[in-house]
Design a protein around this ligand. Structure first.
Ligand code: NAI
Length: 747
């Protein structure tokens, strides 16, 4: 670079001709190009807000009137984030559709100003370029993206129950093909720079500076700035022209097709049918996005812009967008360590190389921790290693990791059959069999070798942590870290503290979870803690439904229609019928008939017959290798018939769906009442990200706030009259039913 005559890039920002300071944006002119830098103080990300939009408008005005600037560059001061989107508080503060429409109109006007600028503006993208951020970039005249790992472009509004409202639905259609535009808007998926270039979303990509460079990120950002300045100059003097997107044959055919009424209707119907099949119409946003696209295809972009604002207004005040935005808030809340400074964590021991242990070791070593995986047998260790290796191979296949990185990571993992390598561990996470005796045995063995400071975490799925801590000589160091299967894919980590757990221990566990990339909820101790408890209460009802003659396929169809991503019957096969039976018995001992008064021999008979779920190839369904089709298992149906009872009430679709969901929701509220949950936010995040509670409801607590506790109580009372205390609403639920002004969530 110095050969090209550029100064040391790290300091290049000092070479400004003129500069003026404001809170979020800075403006300077270099080489005839105005460089507008967005850098929100004291924040890792840039988001668009009312305040910085005002600044942006002023700077844009200044740029227009600045005769020394022939072109502009818009860049972020943060190497990891161009603009991460609009601040969703702006929308949450809106009370009416008109308020929401106003947000859209104002941002649209601002970006129209950018687009209409007579001087070209280049968006220099490095790091996240999401939602409103991508809309800003699309309004510029040229986009350059750095090909580093953190750079992603996406329109994820659909995940918040809204649509891109600052002109994004229209500009995207101009830049990329219709199928690509639909795919991006309907799924919200992340697009990497290479793909973005191929699609036409960006005009140019550049390589990041290599690891041999000092401060590679900062210098890459400054290098990007210089490339963008040169490009902007070229665009202004005409030496660089914006090449139109190369259209494939398919693009051309699609364009032709949608220019006819029948073709457009056909394409949009296909998309609509697919959405309905996947979502049962539970999510309004994707359908409204299609309506906007329809409008622009029919009547042109001007009408499209208008339709976008109108539908944005409608979506911004739905219960679904409120729920999805609440989840976003919840996730942000659960990405923070609120338990003080954690002790240093370098070496992590994982005990048990089974399904969970291997998964935990994988996500730990993946984040650079020195990790040791121990099992009792060579076969156990080999199984665990095999699991990790095949997961990494998948990543290599999907280009998420290079084979060099895979080999390097695998080389860093230590495996062991004895405890000696745990002698300097900062934390040990056990994932051995679910048996209190074995947990007590390993805790003693671990404590005999590890240093005093070492935290002992257990991945038990239901045993109270206090009982496990009774086997420890340092109960303050004992904590629950409940991961979900498959560990590398599931977002949630449920941390369970017992009465004696120290704050430092909690902070260490939360810190590790956050570093592993998890969304972390912290809950109190008790049988099944929060997630296992609420799920198992629902599963207890499933058992009774089976006995009353409801069949797995019917349950699955109804649960999916309700909004669960996985049907309840399939879920039982995934968890494992032996595991579910073990937990069920334990919960019945703890909670008695309130848990279930149904005949649990179904589970025993299933386990005795080797019907353990997916892992044994047969559970309530039969699984055949290479086939997606899973017929109901005749042996399971026979066992269900053996314990058949007459249904006590009509088995309507609604009754089936709500007998399952009401037990789940009521138990969640009882967990809050009992102090197992510290806050409803944790409860909502845990239910959605750990158990798949329908995201468009936003979690059990958000559901009650948005739809009213009263109607749930009324349903439960109807069920209670027939089935007894299993459906008794808890006191806190009654309180909210009596006073509709009470809300669980304050956000
Ligand atoms: P698994 O049966 O796949 O693995 C257990 C492993 O522990 C085996 O490899 C076994 O050889 C090893 N082991 C047993 N005793 C040991 C000892 N003394 N020292 C070292 N290794 C020992 O079991 P899985 O499914 O991985 O479950 C482990 C724990 O995680 C259990 O407490 C379970 O309840 C919990 N859990 C399981 C979930 C699941 O979906 N499978 C989800 C969340 C928690």
């Amino acid at each position: 670079l110095s050969k090209l005559g550029w100064p040391n890039l790290y300091y290049s920002r000092a070479f400004s001709v003129s500069s003026s300071q404001s809170k979020y944006l800075t403006y300077r002119v270099e080489d005839g190009v105005a460089v507008i830098t967005f850098d929100t103080p004291n924040s890792k990300v840039n988001t668009l807000s009312f305040e910085n939009s005002e600044e942006f408008k002023q700077i844009l005005e200044k740029f227009k009137n600045d005769n020394t600037a022939k072109a502009g560059v818009l860049i972020s001061g943060k190497p990891d984030c161009f603009i991460a989107g609009a601040d969703i508080n702006m929308l949450q503060a809106c009370k009416t559709t008109e308020d929401v429409e106003k947000v859209s109109t104002e941002s649209k006007d601002m970006l129209m100003d950018v687009e209409k600028s007579s001087k070209p503006i280049v968006a220099a993208i490095m790091g996240q370029c999401l939602g409103g951020g991508l809309e800003v970039a699309m309004s510029c005249h040229y986009r350059i993206a750095v090909k580093d790992k953190k750079t992603t472009l996406a329109l994820p509004e659909v995940m918040l129950g809204i649509l891109p409202g600052a002109g994004g639905t229209q500009r995207l259609q101009k830049l990329v093909s219709l199928p690509n535009a639909l795919d991006m808007m309907l799924t919200g998926k992340n697009i990497r720079p290479d793909k973005a270039k191929k699609m036409g979303l960006v005009n140019q990509t550049i390589e990041p500076l290599g690891p041999g460079v000092d401060e590679p990120k900062v210098n890459t950002r400054n290098y990007l700035e210089q490339v963008a300045i040169q490009t902007a100059k070229g665009l202004a003097n005409g030496s660089i022209k914006v090449a139109p997107r190369k259209k494939s044959m398919v693009d051309k055919v699609t364009e032709r097709l949608v220019s006819y009424d029948f073709g457009r209707n056909y394409v949009l119907k296909q998309a609509r049918d697919k959405i309905m099949k996947l979502t049962f119409g539970n999510y309004p946003a994707p359908l409204k996005i299609l309506e906007v696209i329809d409008e622009s295809l029919k009547h042109g972009y001007d009408q499209g812009y208008k339709a976008e604002t109108k539908k944005f207004g409608e979506l911004g005040t739905t219960k679904e967008s409120n729920a999805l935005m609440g989840l976003f808030h919840g996730q942000t809340h659960c990405k923070k360590n609120r338990f003080g400074t954690p002790p240093p964590l370098k070496k992590i021991g994982v005990l048990g190389a089974g399904l969970m242990g291997a998964g935990i070791a994988q996500v730990t070593m993946d984040k650079g921790y020195s990790t040791i995986l121990k099992d009792v047998s060579e076969a156990g260790v080999a199984r665990g290693l095999n699991q990790i290796e095949s997961n990494f191979n998948q990543k290599v296949k999907r280009k998420r990791m290079t084979s060099f990185e895979r080999d390097q990571l695998l080389g860093q993992l230590d495996t062991s059959l004895d405890y000696s390598s745990f002698k300097d561990a900062d934390m040990v996470i056990e994932a051995v069999f679910e048996d209190l005796g074995i947990k007590h045995k390993v805790i003693k063995e671990v404590e005999a070798v590890v240093p005093e400071r070492c935290v002992f975490a257990t991945n038990t799925s239901a045993l109270p942590i206090e009982q496990i801590a009774k086997g420890s000589s340092r109960p303050e160091k004992v904590i629950g870290m409940h991961y979900f299967s498959p560990v590398d894919k599931m977002q949630l980590l449920e941390i369970i503290t017992h009465k004696g757990t120290s704050k430092e221990t909690t902070s260490a566990a939360v810190e590790l979870g956050l570093k592993q990339g998890k969304t972390v909820i912290t809950v109190g101790d008790g049988p099944g803690f929060y997630t296992t408890r609420i799920l198992s209460f629902m599963m207890a009802e499933l058992l009774r439904l089976f006995q009353e003659g409801v069949r797995p396929k019917q349950v699955d169809k109804l649960s999916k229609k309700f909004g669960w991503p996985v049907g309840a019957a399939t879920l039982v096969d995934e968890v494992g019928i032996d595991v579910a039976s073990h937990i069920g018995r334990f919960m019945k001992d703890e909670f008695g008939d309130r848990y279930t008064d149904a005949d649990v021999s179904f589970m025993d008979d299933m386990v005795d017959g080797g019907n353990l779920g997916r892992k044994s190839g047969k559970g309530v369904y039969l699984y055949q290798k290479g086939s997606k089709d899973k017929p109901e298992n005749p042996a399971a149906i026979e066992i269900m018939e053996k314990t058949k009872i007459e249904p006590k009430m009509e088995l309507t679709d609604e009754n089936i769906q709500w007998r399952l969901a009401s037990r789940f929701i009521n138990e969640a509220v009882l967990c809050l009442q009992e102090g197992i949950l510290a806050s409803p936010i944790d409860g909502d995040v845990g239910a959605v990200f750990g158990l798949g509670f329908p995201p468009f409801f936003g979690g059990p607590f958000r559901y009650l706030d948005n739809h009213g506790a009263k109607q749930l109580v009324e349903r439960m009372e109807r069920f209670q009259a027939v089935y007894g205390d299993a459906f008794k609403p808890c006191d806190l639920l009654y309180d909210h039913a009596k006073d509709s002004s009470k809300r669980f969530r304050s956000d």
